[in-house]
Design a protein around this ligand. Structure first.
Ligand code: PHE
Length: 449
C-alpha cells in the first residue's frame, strides 16, 4: 500500500467536468467532421454510434473500475492486481499511446493557436478557397512557426498539469467546458440556418451502407476510442481520483452522452456549412482549417465567429491534452518516483521533440516515411487504429477474466451503496467477457484482411 496521499477530485461536478473535458476535444471538433467527410457521411456516423453504445460504454466503466479499485496510475493499477504478468502490457500501451497521441495532438493544438491570431487580421477571412488552402499549407509546412506554436500549446497544457488534479485540471475544466458547449451550439445554429445547409444534413443522416468497408469500420472504431479517451489508461488514471461513493455507471453514461452530443453538434456546425458553400467534404485533416475561414468570411461578424471558434477548439484541445499528459506524469511520479515538476519537465521534453518531428513532417521532413506514412500520420494511425483498440480489448479482458467478480461488483455498486439488479450485472459481465472482446477482434481482423 502506498503511503503517499493521493490527490483527488473535489466534487462530483468536478469529476464529470474533468472526464468530459478529456473526452471532448480536437477529436470531436477537428477529427470527427473530417472523418465523417472522408468516410462517406451517415454510414460512418451510424457505425460510430453503434460502437459507442455497444463497446465504448462497457470499456469506459471497465477502465473506471480498474482505476478506482487500485487508486493508481494505469501501469501501477495493473501491477497491483496482476504483478509480473503479460497484463502489464496495458500499462505499457497506455504510456506509449499517450506519448504518440500527444505528438500529433500538440501540433494540431499549435495550428489552432496560430489560427486564433490569424483570425484577428481582416485579410485572413476570404472567400477564395485556393488562397486559404495555400495559406494553410504555407503555414503548416514551414519549419519555424508551427514548431513554436506546438511547443507553446504543450507548455500551456504542462503548466496546468503541474498544478495538480484539484487546483489544476478540475478548476480550469469547470469554467471552460460549459463555455465550450454554448459556443459550439451557437455555431451549429448559424450553420444550419445557412442557405443550402439541407444537403449537409442529408449527408450526415441518410446512410449509404454500400460505403462500409473493413477500413471504414476500423476508422469508426478508432474514432470512437479516440473521442472517448479510451483504450489508453486515461480513464483508469482519472478513475483513480474518483471518490469511492461515486456511481461509475452514471459518470460513464453522462460522459459518453456529452461526448457524443458534442461530436454530432460539431458535425452539425461544420458539415452543413461545408455543403452550403460548395466545399468538398473529403479533404482530410485540413478541413476545419481550410474551410471554416471561408465560411466565416461569408458570415456577418465573420471575424468574431472565427476567433470564437478557434478559441473553442483551443480550450477543448487543452482540457484533453492535460488528461493525456496526466497519464504519463502519473506513471513517472508513482512508478519512477519523480517529483511532479520533474515528471512534467521530462514529459514536456519527450513530446516536445517527437511533436517537432511530426510538425516538420508536414514540410521539410515530408519525404521521411515509415510504412509509407510520415511522422504525423504514423503517430495518428498507430494510436487510433492500433494501440487504442488493442488497449481497449485488453482492458475488457482484464476486468472480465482477471479481476475478481466480487471486486467488479463492489466497484459497480460503489461498495454496495448503489442498487444493481443481478440480471443487469450478469448482462454487463457477459458484454465485458465475450461480446466486447469478440466485436473488437472482428473489427481488427477484418481490417487486416
Ligand atoms: N478524447 C480526446 C479528444 O477527443 C483525445 C484524447 C484521446 C484524450 C485519448 C485522451 C486520451 O480530443
Amino acid at each position: 500500500m502506498s503511503t503517499i496521499k493521493r490527490d483527488g477530485f473535489g466534487s462530483r461536478f468536478g469529476v464529470l467536468v474533468a472526464v468530459a473535458g478529456s473526452a471532448v476535444g480536437l477529436g470531436n471538433l477537428w477529427r470527427f467532421p473530417y472523418m465523417v467527410g472522408t468516410n462517406g457521411g451517415a454510414a460512418f456516423i451510424f457505425l460510430y454510434l453503434f460502437f459507442v453504445i455497444l463497446l465504448c460504454m462497457p470499456i469506459m466503466f471497465s477502465e473506471f473500475i480498474i482505476g478506482r479499485r487500485t487508486q493508481s496510475n494505469a501501469f501501477g493499477a495493473i501491477k497491483k492486481i496482476a504483478p509480473k504478468s503479460g497484463w502489464l502490457s496495458i500499462g505499457v500501451i497506455s504510456v506509449v499511446a499517450s506519448i504518440c497521441i500527444m505528438s500529433f495532438y500538440s501540433v494540431v493544438g499549435g495550428w489552432t493557436l496560430e489560427y486564433i491570431f490569424k483570425s484577428f487580421s481582416p485579410s485572413f477571412l476570404t472567400s477564395d478557397s485556393s488562397a486559404l488552402s495555400s495559406q494553410f499549407s504555407g503555414f503548416s509546412q514551414s519549419s519555424f512557426m508551427p514548431v513554436v506554436m506546438h511547443l507553446l500549446f504543450l507548455a500551456i497544457s504542462a503548466l496546468i498539469v503541474v498544478a495538480g488534479v484539484k487546483n489544476g485540471i478540475e478548476k480550469y475544466s469547470k469554467i471552460l467546458m460549459p463555455v465550450l458547449f454554448f459556443l459550439v451550439l451557437l455555431l451549429a445554429i448559424r450553420s444550419l440556418t445557412l442557405d443550402g445547409a439541407g444537403e449537409g444534413v442529408k449527408f450526415l443522416f441518410h446512410p449509404d451502407f454500400s460505403k462500409i468497408t473493413g477500413e471504414t469500420m476500423l476508422a469508426a472504431l478508432g474514432q470512437a476510442f479516440f473521442s472517448l479517451s479510451l483504450g489508453m489508461g486515461c480513464i483508469i488514471t482519472y478513475g483513480s481520483y474518483v471518490n469511492k461513493k461515486e456511481n461509475l455507471f452514471k459518470i460513464s453514461f453522462m460522459t459518453v452522452a456529452a461526448d457524443t452530443g458534442f461530436a454530432i453538434l460539431a458535425g452539425l456546425a461544420v458539415v452543413p456549412a461545408v455543403f452550403a458553400f460548395g466545399i468538398a467534404p473529403g479533404q482530410g485533416p485540413s478541413l476545419v482549417f481550410i474551410t471554416l475561414p471561408q465560411i466565416f468570411a461569408q458570415l456577418p461578424f465573420g471575424s468574431v465567429f472565427a476567433v470564437g471558434f478557434f478559441f473553442i477548439l483551443l480550450i477543448a484541445a487543452v482540457t484533453s491534452a492535460i488528461s493525456l499528459l496526466e497519464v504519463v506524469v502519473a506513471y513517472f511520479t508513482e512508478e519512477l518516483k519523480m517529483t511532479r515538476k520533474v515528471a512534467v519537465v521530462v514529459t514536456f521534453m519527450i513530446i516536445g521533440v517527437l511533436g517537432t518531428f511530426s510538425s516538420l513532417s508536414q514540410g521539410s521532413l515530408s519525404d521521411v516515411t515509415i510504412f509509407g506514412k510520415n511522422f504525423f500520420d504514423l503517430f495518428d494511425y498507430t494510436s487510433s487504429n492500433i494501440l487504442l483498440p488493442v488497449g481497449g480489448l485488453l482492458v475488457v479482458l482484464f476486468v472480465g477474466w482477471r479481476m475478481k467478480r466480487a471486486d467488479v461488483l463492489d466497484e459497480l455498486t460503489s461498495g454496495g451503496t448503489v442498487a444493481l439488479r443481478k440480471s443487469l450485472f450478469t448482462g454487463i459481465m457477459l458484454v465485458i467477457k465475450f461480446l466486447a472482446p469478440i466485436a473488437i477482434s472482428i473489427v481488427l481482423i477484418n481490417s487486416l484482411i
